[in-house]
Design a protein around this ligand. Sequence first.
Ligand SMILES: NC(=O)c1ccc[n+]([C@@H]2O[C@H](COP(=O)([O-])OP(=O)(O)OC[C@H]3O[C@@H](n4cnc5c(N)ncnc54)[C@H](OP(=O)(O)O)[C@@H]3O)[C@@H](O)[C@H]2O)c1
Length: 304
Amino acid sequence: MDIERILVVGSNGLLGQKVADQLLRSANYAVTLASVEETPIHVNPSAPYHRMDITNRRQVKDTAAMVDAQVIINCAAMTNVDACETEREMAWKINVNGVEHLVEAARKNGAMIVHVSTDYVFDGKAGPYSEDDRPEPLSYYGKSKLASENIVRSSGVRHFVARTMVLYGYAEGVKANFALWLIKSLQEGQPVRVVDDQFGNPTLVDDLAFGLVRAMELGKTGLYHLAGRDIQNRFEFARTLAHVFGLDASLIHPIKTAQLKQPAPRPLKSGLLTLKAEVDLGFKPNSSEQGLNVLKTQLTRAAR
Ligand SMILES: NC(=O)c1ccc[n+]([C@@H]2O[C@H](COP(=O)([O-])OP(=O)(O)OC[C@H]3O[C@@H](n4cnc5c(N)ncnc54)[C@H](OP(=O)(O)O)[C@@H]3O)[C@@H](O)[C@H]2O)c1
């Protein structure tokens, strides 16, 4: 079998590290890592790393050409939803122009592009949503991600676009996601306020990485929803977490999204239906309880 040359973009992020991990377990791939930071977090002698800012068209073009990438997996994005609302120019530059550069490079190389989007493309009035439902983003982050989907999907480049939501998991040196923040707060005995009116399926990042790699291996193209098994509100997820980690659930207090007065509006009744991925990819996501148990094992190992 031919070895496939894969460029993982945003390889220092949560998803990027997990995708790199999965690919590096196989001898079938020559993996190159690229992210905006000077150095890789994910140090592996078999995976060269290049500093590459996706907003820099020339850097993207040169890196993709040097690697002669056959597949470009884009895990890079500006993911802070409130920062995207207030720093719109930067959000557009990274989430939209950056993706244009990657698509251009993929076209030039005859490569496939794998791209990741979000449930924030929906308004959250009538979730859970299927791939056929009409997007109506509320936030600037959601708008920028929808624009990125449209660029990839109308490019003529072979592509796989996955929408996901509420990613949780552990990887070295990543920003605290909801689950990690909650674990730390509860371990420190701090009371936390968690919204009970935002519904969706929390997604173990390892499940998403599995789905992306699987789709690539099966040669699947098009738009897919890849998310966790349980649709629940954040408060319920937080209580599941406290149960799995043996932490004090009475520290978790329910509040409403409106009380948080965040800059970016959130879809409330969201959630992603994953039937298409289950049928086409054999995608079997973890329930929240299972996924949090996986996370617990990973954190225990990392602490050793
Ligand atoms: N996290 C979620 O809950 C969630 C939900 C739905 C969808 N998604 C999507 O899932 C994907 C992966 O998210 P994630 O949680 O893994 O995000 P993440 O941990 O923030 O990783 C994104 C990576 O991209 C890098 N990056 C930012 N700007 C860049 C640039 N100009 N050039 C190259 N790299 C750049 C970031 O570096 P810095 O950290 O230095 O900025 C970071 O390492 C994204 O497309 C996101 O929109 C995430």
